[in-house]
Write a protein that binds this ligand. Sequence first.
Ligand code: FES
Length: 154
Amino acid sequence: MSAETEALIQEIIASHRNMQGAALPILHAVQEAIGYVPEDAIPAIAEALNVTRAEMHGVVTFYHDFRREPAGRHVLKLCRAEACQSAGGNVISERIRQKLGIQFGETSPDGRVTLDAVYCLGLCATAPSAMLDGKVIGRIDPARADRIVAEINR
Ligand code: FES
């Protein structure tokens, strides 16, 4: 972890540590600021909150929202919850996953894309739904799925 990142994490800890239930806000702020929660950040957060490293580690691993490694240049979130599944989301997800050549939760070896599974984006009315780099995409059919992959590979 660079000195700059360390300073940023210390700043985040200092501004949140007195909140009630500060662990999650700190972790979210760290992820927001640097894109993931580095392993090296855990001891400092644990110490500030007066919990053990193991407890802090447990929080980070329990919530799948927290990334443990830097994400790819693109982040694609595919919804795998019920409404999207029943609208054919599984077939679409599998098509996209195979074209990207990675599993859910993985980043491509070239760092181009991270593929995440999410469980409802609040876009059930336009299922199957996804989010690419924060932009929502609904009614994904095979052609749209292929355009998503093409956009990532551009
Ligand atoms: S179930 Fe997929 S957006 Fe709600």
